[in-house]
Ligand binder design. Structure first.
Ligand SMILES: Cc1cc2nc3c(=O)[nH]c(=O)nc-3n(C[C@H](O)[C@H](O)[C@H](O)COP(=O)(O)O)c2cc1C
Length: 133
């Protein structure tokens, strides 16, 4: 499995991860669950009306943390908006529960991909594993 796929699989299996953004000098964090590899990039999904989206538009720097089975994963990087319809459709197909709230053609659905990302798997027993994409 390629590094970025391992990262996405971990997010899928953990089900919930925590996404931190920046608002001025104040960190903001909330639970998220969406993750998709498309065109070799790791995407997440949100709504443009949410504060998280406004924070990322202002400052794309973000960090994700997920914990599962004694290991934790952090991904630090920038989250870049992508308005391509194809990715939105792929996200809705992978995560059908989103279809109750979003469609590929509404003005709200947003997908963003990681740029300049450093993903680090850590545990109390093993050396960290770093994957960049
Ligand atoms: C388990 C779980 C997973 C979630 N996944 C997402 C997600 O992938 N995308 C999203 O926009 N909101 C998701 N939410 C909802 C956000 O956490 C919620 O809308 C949050 O308030 C957004 O942050 P903000 O208020 O700073 O904009 C999820 C909530 C929970 C409890």
């Amino acid at each position: 499995m390629e590094g970025i796929e391992k990262v996405c699989s971990f997010l899928d299996e953990a089900h919930t991860y925590y996404l931190a953004t920046v608002e001025g000098d104040q960190p903001r964090v909330r639970p998220f669950g969406t993750a998709l590899i498309y065109d070799g990039k790791l995407y997440i999904q949100t709504g443009k009306i949410k504060n998280v989206s406004k924070q990322l538009a202002e400052n794309p720097k973000a960090e994700i943390c997920a914990f599962m089975g004694g290991k934790w994963l952090r991904i630090a990087g920038k989250l870049i908006n992508d308005d391509s319809r194809d990715v939105k459709v792929a996200m809705l197909e992978k995560m059908p529960a989103l279809k109750g709230m979003y469609s590929a053609d509404d003005d709200n659905m947003q997908v963003l991909y990681f740029e300049d990302a450093t993903a680090t798997f850590s545990s109390f027993t093993e050396a960290p594993e770093v994957i960049t994409f």
